[in-house]
Design a protein around this ligand. Structure first.
Ligand code: FE2
Length: 223
């Protein structure tokens, strides 16, 4: 439920051949259903429901032509910037599953000052916010009280499983393991952009923490 498999619209798959190669590799690892989530960012990836859903159709046709037994849907990974705040007020956003789950990410440099206000606004408008890869924001590092308060606020936390094998560095690995220890992981995702992420997944699946988290009652199992 977090990947970048639609070709040519963000920093994930570049061509339809890339998309199909990634989907085949993920299928070989056991994945059967994807909800892919292209970036929507005002500065870099100005995607819209049209660019994403148009690309999704192209991927679906290619999957069918190649006879790969998987299904694919699309939502988006929204970057919290001024453009997002406008979209939130003005459009129907792309959500995951049938319960209006909205995947968002923030800057890796610093947390937006208005983070909690924007989260509250999402909720007022009927969305259920999911924070992508909370373990990857270095400015929170060991601030588990903050992660706790996010969850108390109703924000779901989506871990990138490759954090568990150290793909994003030792700090993200430590934070990810601690979030699992606290059972504060609501969803998991591969965040696959390219083959390198699938190579990492082969290491990740051997981690004890990975085997533990997949036993949780993850939202992934209900989509
Ligand atoms: Fe992502």
């Amino acid at each position: 439920m977090h990947s970048h498999l639609i070709p040519g619209i963000d920093d994930g798959a570049k061509t339809i051949e890339d998309s199909i190669a990634l989907i085949k590799e993920l299928h070989a690892l056991g994945y059967k259903k994807f909800i892919t989530t292209p970036h929507i960012m005002s500065d870099f990836y100005r995607n819209t429901p049209e660019t994403i859903l148009g690309g999704l159709e192209q991927v679906r046709e290619a999957i069918k032509a190649e006879n790969i037994p998987v299904t694919i849907d699309a939502a988006a990974e929204y970057y919290l910037d001024d453009g997002f705040i406008h979209k939130l007020e003005e459009e129907k956003l792309l959500t995951i599953g049938e319960n209006n789950h909205l995947l968002f990410e923030i800057s890796y440099v610093n947390a937006p000052d208005n983070l909690m206000e924007v989260i509250f606004r999402m909720q007022v408008l009927g969305y259920k916010p999911i924070m992508a890869h909370p373990e990857r924001y270095p400015f929170w590092g060991n601030n588990f009280d903050f992660y706790g308060s996010l969850r108390d606020q109703g924000v779901l936390l989506q871990l990138n499983v490759n954090s568990l094998s150290g793909y994003y560095g030792p700090d993200a690995k430590r934070t990810a393991e601690k979030l699992i220890e606290k059972e504060w992981v609501d969803m998991i995702g591969t965040d696959t952009h390219a083959t390198k992420h699938i190579q990492a997944l082969h290491r990740t699946v051997k981690e004890k923490s990975f085997r533990k988290v997949i036993e949780f009652n993850l939202l992934n199992k209900h989509l």
